[in-house]
Design a protein. Structure first.
Length: 190
């Protein structure tokens, strides 16, 4: 069925290629004249990691703030009073590490509140917000609309450049790719 309606890929490279065939399609909005697909056409599947367990985003911010304060206090006492000098560097390292976790938690909670979808780990796991502020760890697969092979969602791009969330085909990873617009994904009901 996905073979029925690719639309013409020739033409003036404008966004309207295939629009007649994909009235509701908006998974791919690359603007490069490539066809677009709906989540149904691609058979997008969400896989929840951690057995579908969630964390409330408020709890994550609170955790971040408490950890942040504790690490700063810990660092202060390490450097100025409590511990014998010989142990300073290991305690400082531990508290700086804690501080990094704190900043990370607070910023993840803030970003997710707005975007509801953010790349998180190893370029293949994503944090998503459910409809009642729970945070979930998910990965995604789909079926390639060209060759029916499996596709995996990956966050790709240069380290300091813009990154894209892109479904990549296992069989033809170079040409069979579809950029994901995460707003088309169904909400996680809680
Ligand atoms: Zn393919």
């Amino acid at each position: 069925m996905p073979h029925d309606n690719h639309g013409s890929q020739s033409g003036d490279n404008s966004l309207n290629v295939g629009v007649g065939d994909f009235r509701d399609a908006n998974v791919n909005v690359g603007g490069n004249g490539r066809p677009t697909f709906t989540p149904e056409q691609m058979g997008i599947r969400r896989h929840q990691a951690l057995g579908g367990h969630s964390v409330k985003s408020e709890n994550l911010s609170t955790f971040g703030i408490v950890t942040g304060i504790a690490s700063v206090a810990g660092l202060y006492f390490t450097l100025f009073q409590a511990f014998p000098r010989s142990q300073h560097s290991s305690w400082s390292t531990a508290f700086i590490f804690m501080f990094a976790i704190a900043i990370f938690s607070v910023s993840v909670a803030a970003v997710i509140r707005k975007r509801k979808f953010e790349h998180f780990l190893f370029r293949k796991y994503y944090i998503e917000a459910g409809n009642h502020n729970g945070l979930y760890l998910s990965s995604f697969t789909a079926t390639c609309p060209w060759c029916q092979s499996k596709m995996h969602l990956r966050n790709i791009g240069p380290k300091d450049g813009p990154c894209y969330d892109r479904f990549i085909c296992e069989r033809n990873p170079r040409q069979h790719t579809v950029d994901l617009d995460p707003t088309v994904l169904p909400e996680i009901e809680e």
